[in-house]
Design a protein around this ligand. Structure first.
Ligand SMILES: NC(=O)c1ccc[n+]([C@@H]2O[C@H](COP(=O)([O-])OP(=O)(O)OC[C@H]3O[C@@H](n4cnc5c(N)ncnc54)[C@H](OP(=O)(O)O)[C@@H]3O)[C@@H](O)[C@H]2O)c1
Length: 248
C-alpha cells in the first residue's frame, strides 16, 4: 500500500485494455479506489469484479469519451458512490496512422474526437468537483508522438501535441485550486493500440516495429503511480519514457 495513493478515488478512461487496464490493476494493488470507463462494458465489469474480489473498491461505467454526457456520467457516478474524485487519468485513445495523401477522413475525425475532445470532456467533467475540493490531479496521456512527427503519423502526432498543449494550459489555470497536472508520454508499449490502424500495410509495418521493441504496459502503471504518490505540494508535470531499444 502507498501512503499517497491508498484511499484515493481514481477515474481511468480507456480502462478496458492496455495502459488503462494495467494502471487500474497497479493502482488498486496500492489501495486506490478505481472507477473504470470504456465502451466495452463487459471488459471493465469483469475487471471491476476482479479488483473487488481481491478486496479492493472498483466501479465500471460504460463510457464513450466522444459523448460529453457519458463522460459527465462517469464523473457523476464516481461522486455519487465515493463522494470525491482525486485523480482523472485521461487515457482513452487510438492511433489509426496513415499518410495524409490516403485521405482517411473518418480516421482523422475519430482520432481528433477521442484523443483531443475526449481529453477536454474529461477535464470538463471533473474540474468543478476538484475546484470545490481544492485538490485533485488530472493526468493526460500523450506520447513520444506528442514530441515528434514521422511520415504517416501527422494526425496522431497532432492530437498528442494538442494533449501536451492542453495540459500546460490547464497546469497554469488550476494553480489557485491546488490541482496537479501530469502529462505522460510513452514510447512503444505492448497493447491493442496498433489494432486501430485501418490501412493493412501501415499496420503490418508498425506491428513489426512493436514486436521488436515494445515494452509491457506495467511501465505506464509505474509512471502513473510515481506521479500520484508524490506529496501534495509536488506536481510532476511531464514524464517522457521509451523502451530502451527504441530509436525514434
Ligand atoms: N501503446 C503505445 O505504444 C502507446 C504509446 C504512447 C501513447 N499511448 C496512448 O495510451 C493510451 C492508451 O492506449 P493503449 O496503448 O492502452 O491502447 P489500447 O489497448 O487500444 O487501449 C485503448 C483504450 O481506449 C479506449 N477507447 C478507445 N476509443 C474510446 C472511446 N470512444 N471512448 C472510450 N474509450 C475509448 C479503449 O476502450 P473501448 O474500446 O472499450 O472503448 C481502450 O480501453 C492512448 O491514448 C494512446 O494514444 C499508447
Amino acid at each position: 500500500m502507498s501512503q499517497n495513493i491508498e484511499g484515493k478515488v481514481i477515474i481511468i478512461t480507456g480502462a478496458s485494455s492496455g495502459l488503462g487496464e494495467a494502471a487500474a490493476r497497479h493502482l488498486a494493488s496500492l489501495g486506490a479506489t478505481i472507477v473504470l470507463g470504456a465502451r466495452r462494458v463487459e471488459r471493465i465489469q469483469s475487471l471491476a469484479k476482479e479488483l473487488t474480489d481481491q478486496g479492493g473498491r472498483a466501479l465500471a461505467v460504460a463510457t464513450d469519451v466522444t459523448q460529453y454526457p457519458e463522460v459527465q456520467r462517469l464523473a457523476d457516478s464516481a461522486l455519487q458512490v465515493y463522494e470525491r474524485i482525486d485523480v482523472l487519468i485521461n487515457n482513452a485513445g487510438l492511433m489509426p496512422q496513415s499518410p495524409l495523401e490516403r485521405r482517411k477522413i473518418d480516421d482523422w475525425n475519430r482520432t481528433i474526437d477521442v484523443n483531443i475532445k475526449g481529453v477536454l470532456y474529461g477535464i470538463a467533467a471533473v474540474l468543478p468537483c476538484m475546484q470545490k475540493q481544492k485538490s485533485g490531479h488530472i493526468i493526460n496521456v500523450s506520447s513520444v508522438a506528442g514530441h515528434k512527427v514521422r511520415v504517416g503519423g501527422a494526425v496522431y502526432a497532432a492530437t498528442k501535441h494538442a494533449v501536451r498543449v492542453i495540459s500546460e494550459g490547464l497546469r497554469q489555470e488550476v494553480k489557485p485550486y491546488d490541482i496537479r497536472t501530469t502529462v505522460i508520454s510513452p514510447g512503444a508499449i505492448d497493447s491493442e493500440l496498433t489494432d486501430s490502424i485501418t490501412e493493412p500495410d501501415v499496420a503490418q509495418n508498425i506491428k513489426a516495429f512493436y514486436a521488436q521493441v515494445a515494452i509491457p504496459a506495467d511501465s505506464f502503471a509505474r509512471a502513473v503511480a510515481f506521479a500520484i504518490s508524490q506529496p501534495p505540494q509536488v506536481d510532476i508535470n511531464e514524464i517522457l519514457y521509451r523502451p530502451t531499444r527504441q530509436e525514434f
